[in-house]
Design a binder for this molecule. Structure first.
Ligand SMILES: Nc1nc2c(ncn2[C@@H]2O[C@H](COP(=O)(O)OP(=O)(O)OP(=O)(O)O)[C@@H](O)[C@H]2O)c(=O)[nH]1
Ligand SMILES: [Mg+2]
Length: 698
């Protein structure tokens, strides 16, 4: 095809709850517009978008997929995303590549928790939002009730741009509310009435037109498309479209509505920075290059595909570009146009376009291309861990390679090596998420793994000040070892202003400090008079950090601590970096034990959505797990969402509990909130268990 003009590009992510019919719909749009042929179906494993073996097997989407088609002279780049909250990382990353989110809802079941979540995420990302009510052919649809639910939850900005003629087996078509026909027999709501609210929400963006409208002069047909775009961009309008992907009713009108309501590139305000200076991005092909890798896919053939959205400037094949996170310029190969699992080479890509490049080892999800920086991509923190080891001995390297590939493609996956047990621990969003990763590694890398009980990332900290010293001295023939370190140790609350903290605690001779944000650890040097020569100080800091990683009381990472090194002794011949590192580590350990050490545990925020009748059960169950309910609210459709904060250790297998408590109707989202001191009895248990494990190892 000829290249689309920038204003004719529409980048849309299809999001929302699992099984709403997103993939079926996108497959259908491809066939309808002639971009694909045949009768693709999720149910019989012939879907265009759900092409991964795991997707064909489970019959749902696991990974976001990019496709494109044309309609009304417009170029649509569409990303189909998974609806299961377990794979939300994929859905969120897609939002960074598009300008509009189409939230797909199943007409029969209404708004479910992940649709809410994605509607909010798209709003936070500043995207335009369109609501697609799919499965209008299903039985028992309460259409007016559904529209009320949508407007209750997402506000009056949600307005139907078409109204169904009949529902279920009688769903025969849709009528426009933008240009309502004079008679609309069989319409489930009155299109003329909705027309009024639609015009009201669009004129809101233009004062002159609004005044004119209230004087009785509506906007003209020519003015309307521009107003719709502005209203969707500002969030004052979230158009609702009705369709059945199964019976094809409403599909042509859906395409028209997407052409009208989805935002062209450059309408949303986006900024980038360079050396602290902010610029507003305009979709200018001659402008500075600003593009981002928003997704990485490991493909069995080309190995690694990096998906790039261009915001400004032009990306050219074989060009060397600067990429954040890469040590040197990255030489791109050919650019690729992606259609589900197929690619075609391209020479260049301008603003608004989405392309991929293959085998770029230095490009990672989130990286910005060009000299500017885009705001970082944010993902929910994965919370469910499993220790993994290969089934066959000798497969360790293979396993590690396989895990690193998953790490590349999945922003909600982590791997850590447990400092205490030396085990490889993988952490994901849920048990299901981790299970799928195992399946994928078995298929792609032929690594079968065994897993062990979820390990919770407890932490160690202190609750009081302490001070002390340690002398490391060894004389064993030849050259000895000598180093002596004196420190103050203090609790360091999160978010502390370091300068004020140093002032308050009178470190008058503070010469320098290093702050480690990850573990909220502050290292202060206030050694005077060279009692410790400055070349040994880094070794002492290293000793502290190694000890922190190994833990002191139960083998967990230490955090929220400040250490002031203020005095020491050395020996001209016997002192060495190694000696001071050991002295630092031992000193840390001893003083830590004097500073009222405690174990911290992760607390998670959960939004639990259940039928109203089950709310009482959720409350009492949560209180028995040490959870705190902060409130609840109606989630529509006879459901309530309960907000809870609860220790992660009590909810690692909550999906099973909730499922049996609600007969499979409940669902929840879980996000890391903060660390909290554990109840003393639980601390004791963890500490004794750690001691036992240590003894076993000896
Ligand atoms: N009756 C009816 N069923 C549909 C319609 N669209 C999709 N389905 C069925 O709904 C089920 C789920 O469809 P998918 O397209 O996989 O749904 P999805 O939203 O992509 O689901 P996830 O990938 O899990 O997020 C399949 O069995 C489809 O055949 C529709 O318009 N009407
Ligand atoms: Mg799908």
């Amino acid at each position: 095809m000829a290249k689309a003009k920038i204003e004719d590009i529409r980048n849309i992510a299809f999001c929302g709850h699992g099984s709403a019919g997103k993939t079926s719909l996108v497959d259908h749009l491809l066939v309808k517009t002639g971009a694909a042929s045949g009768t693709p179906s999720v149910d019989n494993g012939t879907s265009i978008c759900d092409f991964d073996p795991e997707e064909k097997h489970h019959k749902y989407t696991v990974e976001a997929k990019l496709v494109h088609f044309e309609h009304q002279g417009k170029r649509f780049n569409v990303i189909d995303t998974p609806g299961y909250p377990d794979y939300i990382g994929q859905a969120i990353s897609a939002l960074y590549g598009v300008d509009t989110a189409a939230i797909v809802i199943d007409a029969h079941v209404g708004i479910k928790v992940n649709s809410r979540r994605m509607f909010e995420e798209a709003g936070k990302a500043g995207l335009g939002r369109i609501i697609v009510i799919n499965k209008m052919d299903a039985d028992n649809i309460d259409f007016p009730g559904l529209v009320n639910q949508i407007r209750d939850i997402w506000g009056p900005r949600c307005v139907l741009v078409n109204v169904p003629l009949g529902a279920g087996a009688n769903f025969k078509g849709v009528v426009s509310t933008l240009k309502p026909p004079s008679g609309a027999a069989g319409a489930l709501l009155d299109p003329a009435e909705i027309h009024e609210s639609l015009i009201e929400s669009v004129v809101e963006v233009d004062e002159t037109l609004m005044e004119r409208y209230f004087e009785g002069i509506p906007p003209t047909e020519e003015e309307l498309p521009g107003l719709v775009t502005r209203a969707v961009a500002s969030g004052s309008l979230a158009p609702i479209v009705c369709v059945s992907s199964k019976t094809d009713v409403g599909v042509p009108e859906l395409l028209d509505a997407l052409a009208l309501c989805a935002l062209p590139p450059g309408v949303l305000r986006r900024t980038a920075t360079k050396d602290g200076e902010e610029i507003e991005l305009t979709p200018n092909p001659e402008g500075p290059l600003v593009a981002r890798v928003f997704k990485t896919r490991i493909d069995p053939f080309v190995q690694k595909l990096s998906f790039i959205r261009v915001f400004s400037g032009t990306l050219r094949k074989d060009e060397v570009v600067h990429a954040s996170g890469a040590r040197k310029g990255v030489k791109l190969g050919p650019l690729l146009e992606v259609q589900a699992n197929e690619t075609k080479p391209l020479d260049q890509a301008g603003p608004g376009e989405i392309v991929a490049v293959a085998k770029m080892e230095d490009l990672h999800t989130g990286a910005t291309l060009g000299d500017y920086e885009l705001p970082p991509m944010k993902f929910p923190t994965p919370m469910v861990g499993l220790a993994v080891l290969p089934k066959s001995r000798g497969d360790e390297t293979k396993l590690s390679g396989a895990l690193h590939k998953v790490l590349e493609e999945d922003p909600t996956f982590r791997i850590d090596r447990d400092a205490q047990t030396k085990e490889m621990v993988m952490t994901g969003m849920s048990e299901l998420h981790l299970q799928l990763i195992r399946e994928r590694m078995a298929r792609r890398e032929h690594v079968e793994v065994e897993t062990k009980e979820p390990k919770i990332p407890f932490r160690e900290t202190i609750q009081a000040k302490a001070e002390g010293s340690y002398r490391h001295k060894k004389q064993s023939g030849g050259r000895g070892q000598f180093g002596e370190v004196h420190i103050h140790m203090l609790p360091l609350p999160r978010g502390t202003n370091i300068e004020e903290f140093a002032d308050k605690h009178h470190f008058p001779q503070m010469k320098e400090y290093h702050y480690d944000e990850t573990n909220n650890f502050l290292w202060i040097n206030s050694v005077v008079g060279g009692t410790i020569p400055s070349n040994f100080l880094p070794a002492i800091e290293k000793g502290f950090k190694e000890r922190m990683a190994r833990g002191v009381i139960a083998g967990y990472q230490v955090q929220d601590v400040a250490v002031n090194v203020h005095f020491g002794k050395y020996h001209d011949v016997d002192s060495s970096e190694a000696a001071f590192k050991t002295a630092g580590s031992m000193c840390f350990r001893n003083v830590f034990q004097e500073a009222r050490p405690a174990l911290l545990e992760p607390v998670v925020k959960m939004d639990i959505t259940v039928p109203e009748a089950a709310v009482g059960d959720v409350y009492s169950d949560m209180s028995s797990r040490g959870g705190r309910v902060s409130g609840s609210e109606a989630a529509g459709g006879g459901m309530q969402t309960v907000h809870v904060e609860v220790p992660l250790r009590s909810v690692t297998t909550y999906n099973r509990t909730l499922s049996s408590m609600t007969g499979g109707q409940g669902s929840y989202t879980m996000d890391f909130s903060h660390y909290e001191v554990m109840p003393p009895n639980v601390q004791q248990e963890v500490i004794s268990k750690a001691k036992m494990e240590e003894d076993e190892e000896d």
